[in-house]
Each structure stands twice: as C-alpha cells, then as structure tokens.
Design a protein around this ligand. Structure first.
Ligand SMILES: Cc1cc2nc3c(=O)[nH]c(=O)nc-3n(C[C@H](O)[C@H](O)[C@H](O)COP(=O)(O)OP(=O)(O)OC[C@H]3O[C@@H](n4cnc5c(N)ncnc54)[C@H](O)[C@@H]3O)c2cc1C
Length: 432
C-alpha cells in the first residue's frame, strides 16, 4: 500500500518522484513504477537533447510549455553542475528561408521576450550577419539565441535514481501497469502482482492517454504517434557549423517540424528528426508498428482522430514525412536547403529514433499545450511533448506541490536542490 504511485520512469515521472520523496515524511510511501528494466528507455533518451530557449512557444496557446521551458534552463544547468554531467551552452540559430519565415522570426522575438528571455540573449540577424557567424549556412535571415543548451536527458534522468534511493523512495522497475480499478484506494495490477495506492500520477508518456482512458478519464481525447528519425553526420561535417541550426517550421499547427542540423552535447552532428506517423508509442520497428496498427485504427475511428483522415493538408504533410523516412536523400535534402555543403551519400548511419504522442481533441485538432487533468485522486499528464524534457523539472515541482496541496502525503522540509513550492509558484498552476 503506497500513498502515491507514479506511473512512468521517464524524465517527468522520475522528476516528480524526486520532488515528492525529497520532502515526504515517509518517502517509502511513494512508488515510482516503470515497465522497463531501467528508467528513461523511451522518449527521455530518444530526443534531440536540447535545453530549448522559450522563444518558439506562444505564451498564450502554449503557456505551460513556455513557462516550464523558461525555468528549465537554469535548473538543468545547476543539476548538471551538481552531478558533473555535460551541459553545453552552445546556442542555436533559427533560420528563415523566405519572407513568411522572416515574419515568423519577428513573432519569435516577441514570444521570447514575453517568456522572459533578455534582449541580449535573442538577436535578429540579417543575411550578411548570418554569413559572418556561420559561413556555411544559407538563409534570408535568422535569430541567434545564446541561451540554448545541449545535454543528454537519458543520463540526467538516470542521475535522479541515486537521489531517489538516498531519499528512500520505492522504485519498481520491470513492473508494467496492466489495469487500475478503484476499491476505496486504487488497486493497480502489474506484471509483478497487485499493489494499492491512494493517489495516482499518470506520467506514462506515450502510454498516458491509454492509461487515462482505462480509468475513464480524458475520453474526449485521443493521441497520434509520430516517429522522429535521425541520421548521424560523418566526422568530416563536424566543423561545418558551431551552432545547431533549426529552420522555421512551415506548418506549426501540425506536429511536423522540419528536420534540423543538430550539435549534440558530445560533439556529434545529426540531421533530424522528421515526424513519421506510426501506430503506437513504441513502434520503432516495422513488426511493432504492424502489431499496433489494427487496434489504433479501430480506436481512432471512434474519436476526433478520424476527422484528420479528411484533412488534406495533414495527409500531404504526412506523405512527405513518410517519404523522408523511406528515402535518406529526401530527408537530408530538407536540411540541405540551408546547409548546402552536406551530401546524402556521406550519411551512412541512422541515429536513435524517438516517438512523440500528440493529443487530438474531439474536433480533430491537435492540442497545443500540455494537459494536466485532475480526476478524483489521480493526476494525468497528457500531450507532454517537446520541450517537455527542458521543462520537466519545473513541471514536476508544480505537480508535486499540487499533490501536497491535495493532502496526498505529509511533508517536511525539502531536501531537493530547489524548493518545489517556490518553483510551482513561478509556473502558475491554476489550471491543474
Ligand atoms: C524526436 C523527439 C525529439 C525531442 N527533442 C526534445 C528536445 O530537444 N528538448 C526537449 O526538451 N524535449 C524534446 N523532446 C520531448 C521530450 O523528449 C519529451 O517531452 C519527454 O522525454 C517526455 O518525458 P516523459 O517522462 O513524459 O515520457 P517517457 O520518457 O516516454 O517516459 C514515460 C515512461 O512511462 C513508462 N510506461 C508507459 N506505460 C507504462 C505502464 N503501463 N507501466 C509502467 N510504466 C509505463 C515508459 O516505459 C516510459 O519509460 C523530443 C521528443 C521527441 C520524440
């Protein structure tokens, strides 16, 4: 019997366990439940590894993502220092390839300032200034943001395990949640037997919508999954740029960002990710994708997702993504538009793909922000996509604070690197 069961050992669930057990009077009454044999096996280790500056996020439509990202940078920087893990403040260039893109850059500058970036951290550059900064990059103009970093979120998440153990939190690995029912407390069936909890936090990433549905929550939503694939650049391309280069997304209302030129924390360079529609959150390969196909089609036909099948723009974009999955040349050529020196034939190894699960509402629209739904004694975090890793610590602090306010467990002085209640106050969690 636990006071709080947190389902999902990704960066979010693990950070929630950190903030809760770091202040609980009895940390062993908190269980972090992960289906895999180790934490951070899925999206949290399969991403671009950027600590994103919050200029890409509309402060109104993406309020939660924007606020969490704006607090995340300093928190991860401090955490990396404490754990002696790499945190490279390497900056990013967001490039516009046409007039429409330039308008968007102006918008990004306004959003960046509204989300707390200082003027000197976000500079508009014309074509000539871009050429001086990154001679191999071709574009009409760009934004240079100095407050953007590169990390390895997988190792960050694993570093929390030492803290969770020292606090005394119960960590259950290789323990898949297969069913949840309410008998006073929640009865949670797992591959390792049944356990009980008074409160549940659903931080199961790509599986969070299915878990919510199994508890009768968020029935008006469904999710669609998109596999982001990468190609690793050969060493001869490592000096092409100092900065990561992102291009302005042409269709920001859909989950299709154009692939980037990525500088990783360990110095590797990659091209990616695309966003190929797949049928499940773990459909990294063909076999699993086919196995997930029929159930997902049946589920989608009963929800708002079926309306997307008639959205011509979506279908045409999805087709282009599929093409860039099947053809390396098609994928690399998307980045060649602004980095013409790269040649598809030089790319011989794929990088590690990750899957994002985007929530769709009953009208068939993609939900722009993260959703934290409170039902009875459970909290469900849905649509936790990019920049979810950047904002995981502040989000987790806010969720932990909310649980304490719901009376989930008695607490004493926090032993965590930050005071969760103070961070929660800065993120504004009215909507939970
Ligand atoms: C291609 C790509 C690139 C990205 N790039 C960036 C980036 O550069 N910067 C950034 O900030 N964000 C980025 N993101 C987003 C970021 O990676 C995610 O927002 C974040 O990792 C989500 O963390 P999570 O803990 O919610 O999910 P996950 O890491 O998926 O963790 C959920 C966990 O729940 C477990 N689980 C699921 N079901 C069950 C069950 N039934 N029982 C027990 N356990 C279960 C899973 O095994 C998993 O470990 C990217 C995402 C993708 C896909």
């Amino acid at each position: 019997m636990y006071r709080v069961a947190i389902i999902g050992g990704g960066v979010l669930g693990t950070s929630i366990a950190y903030f809760l057990s770091g202040q609980a009077s009895d940390p062993s009454s908190i269980a972090l439940i992960e289906q895999e044999r180790d934490i951070a096996r899925h999206t949290s280790s399969r991403n671009t590894g950027k600590v994103h500056a919050p200029f890409l996020y509309d402060p109104v439509k993406k309020k939660m993502f924007a606020r969490a990202a704006s607090l995340g940078f300093e928190m991860w920087e401090k955490f990396a220092k404490e754990k002696r893990l790499p945190f490279v403040r390497d900056g990013v260039l967001e490039v516009a390839l046409d007039e429409k893109g330039i308008d968007r850059l102006q918008k990004y500058i306004a959003w960046g300032e509204a989300n707390g970036l200082e003027k000197h951290e976000l500079r508009f550059l014309d074509k000539k200034q871009v050429a001086e900064m990154e001679p191999n990059v071709m574009c009409e103009s760009a934004i240079y943001c100095s407050k953007d970093g590169s990390v390895d979120y997988g190792s960050f998440t694993k570093a929390f395990l030492q803290d969770l153990k020292s606090f005394g939190c119960s960590v259950l690995l290789g323990c898949k949640v297969t069913g949840i029912s309410r008998r006073g407390a929640y009865a949670i069936s797992t591959g390792q037997g049944e356990l009980e909890a008074e409160f549940i936090v659903n931080a199961a990433g790509g599986n969070a919508v299915d878990i919510a549905h199994s508890m009768g929550v968020a029935k008006e939503y469904t999710d669609l999954h998109f596999r982001g694939e990468y190609w690793q650049a050969p060493e001869k391309y490592h000096d092409l740029t100092k900065l990561s280069i992102y291009s302005v997304p042409r269709h920001p209302e859909y989950p299709f960002l154009d692939p980037h030129w990525i500088v990783r924390a360990d110095g590797r360079r990659e091209v990616g990710p695309n966003a190929v529609p797949v049928f499940g959150p773990y459909a990294y390969g063909l076999v699993r994708n086919l196995a997930d196909m029929i159930p997902k089609i049946i589920e989608s036909s009963r929800t708002g997702a079926r309306k997307i099948a008639f959205d011509r723009q979506f279908l045409s974009l999805a087709g282009a993504e599929l093409k860039s999955s099947l053809s390396k040349t098609a994928m690399i050529n998307r980045v060649r538009e602004f980095l013409p020196a790269i040649k598809p034939s030089a790319f011989t190894s794929r990088g590690t793909a990750g899957i994002r699960s985007s929530v769709v509402d009953s009208t068939g629209r993609f939900v722009p922000d993260t959703l934290v739904l409170k039902r009875d004694l459970s909290l469900h975090v849905l649509n936790y996509n990019s920049p979810g890793a950047t904002g995981a610590l502040p989000m987790a602090a806010a969720i932990a604070t909310q649980l304490v306010e719901m009376g989930a467990l008695p607490v004493s002085k926090a032993r965590t690197l930050w005071d969760p209640a103070e961070i929660a106050g800065r993120i504004d969690n009215d909507r939970f």
